[in-house]
Design a protein around this ligand. Sequence first.
Ligand code: UD1
Length: 418
Amino acid sequence: MSKLLIHGGHKLFGEINIPAAKNSYLPILAACVLCEEEIVLHNYPDYTDTQSMCGILSSIGANITNNGGDLLIDASSLFSWGVESELACQVRSSIFMLGALLGRFRKARVAYPGGCEIGARPIDIHLSGFRKLGVKVEERHGYIYCDASKMHASTVLLEFPSVGATESLMMASVLLPGETRLLNAAKEPEIEDLQNFLVAMGADVCGAGSGEIVIKGVKKLHGCSYTPINDRIIAGTYMIATAMCGGEVLLKGVKAEHLRALIDKLDKTACVIEAKNDTIKVISDGKPIALGKVETSVYPGLPTDLQAQILALSSISKGSSMIVENVFESRFKHVPELVKMGADVHVKDRVAFVRGVERLYGASVSGMELRGTASLVLAGLVAEGYTTVSNIRHVDRGYKNIENDLASLGADIKRIDD
Ligand code: UD1
């Protein structure tokens, strides 16, 4: 098992190219099964989660070739409409296969999904949306069986703007005759990206980003070539790293409008942020000021996927912060590990009370989930002495060799084997 070994105390300087967003790529990969012609997806982010999703597509008969970072996907001769549990449990996004397979075959059988341990993460909104479209849904022996022989267009009001449920319903309805409306839909940039991809295949979808998505069913989709958006969460992680360590870092290939909520917060920590032409520059003296009250929420609010990194930033900021996690009910698993490094944090229900300390101290800490593990890496970058972060398979789910990116900026970090 590998670990990350970090010697803290180095400022960060340089440039990073931000890769494609895993959270865009995952639903887009699933949506490829809706099309019987070849699709080319550029800038493949080769992480364990995207590999698992490709494994799921291959298991049902899709042909996938990685041509130097471009994925060629041919789903013309699928032989199955089921996803087995050993594959579904590797990645939560396996749930997208339900919507995609319903769109293509009008039936699907998918095992319950796996993924990050950040609370219950139910799928009831996905399933109640399918039922509203006339799909018969049954849950038996760890599998979800869907019969969509009587599926029909309808208006679906989501009880919460779930990102995944919005994407599932978009996929289920693009080939459905008539007009389907999704109300209280999620507005995240990845939703708009999925819409753009579906439209590139010939679907008739509009409204993504507004909270109301209108899908007019078409008979067939055609092949296309598409470049998914870049990863706002990776960009945000490195912005926060720079705010903590001090230095000057230019992030290339990232839209400031996707990170407006974070930029507004970092402005208050006394960082200088310059955004232009798909680049964001962060300049910091490494002495951040505490943010006071911070709340995660759905887009365009502060993403829950940056909460753990902001908590690491708050732990060394001058003053106190109160971090409220509104999206997931159990997303503070990184806190006990940060406390081992000297952070002063107390959690009560969905709120973390953080008193900034002068310095953190290197320690052996262990990752529990993707973004929480990233926050431990950031803490290690500023801690006095050596930090080892174990269980880094979690961070590998969403960052490709995070140590190479950070080392290229001047951090002292490397991957070691036990
Ligand atoms: C997606 C992102 C994830 C991010 C999250 C919130 C991907 C692959 N993952 O996850 O990184 O943290 O959005 O921005 O895009 N919920 C229900 N029932 C459901 C579905 C969701 O109660 O059927 C709840 C969840 O438990 C959670 C909240 O709704 O509390 C938000 O979940 P959702 O927006 O669905 O997140 P994901 O799509 O799983």
